[in-house]
Design a protein around this ligand. Structure first.
Ligand code: OVM
Length: 406
């Protein structure tokens, strides 16, 4: 007989999806990290990991911590999902592999090179137009939303009409990974209509030639995926590719507007735009959490998580864990610093499910941040900022800024 030594499991009774924590999760994240490598969240009777080492290891261990039972609080084995599961996010090998390979091929840096020149021109034009209207504006709608909503749906190849549905759809989708709280209830009335619109954009005849959508259908023609899978892979692009980049860009704009010395650094070295974006994804993690489900009993540190149980992975907390991020040159993980090497952050996840669109997000950020850095000498917060609460996203509703044109 073998014995496993188990320590008493630390418990936290806070609601991670309550408005206080959604507004500012940082003190709660520290409590979770300090409580232990695995913590029980009594409010939902689920497990949690917030330390970098455990989050990183669990995200690599897709066999032990599956995604196929859903990456939200509800277990697909016992509760019907609100939409057919994603072939990427909510699947594991072998089912996950062909759709992942197809998307990864379309979204690798060399495949995105054809977009760069146009995406730069769109960013330059957008920033010019915003600055023509004045030097005070809300950076959320004017930049963080406007830019991805222009370039990304064009790249997928969907028509202009109905694009205003993309953000409300994403907002509901990311809320739906959490509990059935007030945020989900508020979005539920429009969910069927938004979902029907998104699904309609995934049909072959709707998607423009040459776009990512048409290329996914071409992969089905080649037999790389089935014709039944193609619309769901297009749906993943429209689901995962908008709100994430909007709030990643918003996080970067907020960070730069509140750290003038870092803005000066970016202006003098525009090639730091990509580092600035990754540091913002580390520091301001737009995707805060995803669940996994223990496939069998899994031991983590001195705790055994029973098979079938849900574990909430705190990506944003891991991204500021001093156990990983306190270094001799950069002792404080809570500082936003372009001289830090942010690589290894888990803001895009890690392992086989790591964000397949991360190169698209970085290209959007590079284009927008360099366009702004070339035209703007200083950027500062000009009024009260407002968070937008979502069960998964750490989002901005409003970022009033004042700029001094260069
Ligand atoms: C998907 C999907 C939806 C939301 C998020 C995501 C962050 C993927 O439908 O595949 O990844």
């Amino acid at each position: 007989m073998s014995t496993v030594l188990t320590a008493p499991l630390p418990v936290h009774d806070a609601d991670p999806f309550g408005h206080d924590i959604l507004e500012n999760p940082l003190p709660f994240h520290e409590e979770l990290r300090e409580a232990g490598p695995v913590v029980h969240l009594s409010r939902y009777d689920v497990y949690a990991m917030a330390r970098y080492g455990q989050v990183h290891a669990a995200l690599r261990n897709w066999q032990g911590f599956q995604s196929a039972a859903g990456v939200g609080l509800s277990n697909f084995r016992t509760e019907k999902p609100w939409r057919p599961p994603s072939l990427l996010l909510e699947a594991d090998p072998p089912r996950h592999d062909a759709p992942r390979r197809v998307l990864a091929g379309l979204l690798v840096p060399r495949a995105l090179r054809r977009l760069r020149e146009h995406w730069r021109a769109v960013a330059d034009d957008l920033v010019d137009r915003v600055l023509e209207r004045g030097t005070e504006f809300d950076a959320v709608p004017e930049l963080a939303e406007a830019y991805p909503l222009r370039v990304f749906p064009d790249a997928v190849g969907i028509p202009d009409e109905g694009r205003e549905n993309l953000l409300p759809y994403g907002d509901f989708l990311f809320n739906a990974f959490g509990p059935h709280n007030d945020l989900v209830a508020a979005g539920a009335p429009r969910a069927p209509e938004l979902s029907a619109w998104v699904n309609a954009q995934c049909a072959r005849d709707v998607l423009a030639d040459g776009g990512f959508g048409a290329q996914i259908w071409a992969a089905a023609d080649r037999g790389d995926i089935t014709p039944e899978q193609a619309p769901l892979v297009v749906r993943s692009l429209l689901s995962a590719g908008v709100d994430t980049t909007v709030h990643g860009l918003a996080a970067a704009l907020h960070a730069l507007a509140t750290h003038p010395e870092q803005w000066r650094r970016l202006r003098s070295q525009p090639q730091l735009a990509r580092v600035a974006f990754d540091e913002a994804v580390r520091w301001g993690a737009p995707v805060q959490t995803f669940f996994r489900t223990a496939t069998t009993d899994v031991q983590v540190a001195d705790v055994v998580i029973p098979g079938g149980r849900k574990i909430l992975m705190f990506l944003g907390a891991a991204n500021r864990d001093p156990r990983r991020w306190r270094t001799p040159t950069h002792p404080d993980p809570d500082t936003f610093d372009l001289t830090r090497d942010p690589s290894g952050h888990v803001g895009f996840g890690f392992g086989i499910h790591q964000c397949v669109g991360q190169h698209v997000a970085r290209l959007e950020a590079e284009c927008l941040l360099t366009a702004l850095a070339r035209r703007v000498e200083t950027i500062e917060i000009a009024g009260p900022t407002r968070r937008h609460h979502n069960n998964t996203l750490w989002a901005w509703g409003s970022l009033p800024v004042r700029v001094r044109p260069a």
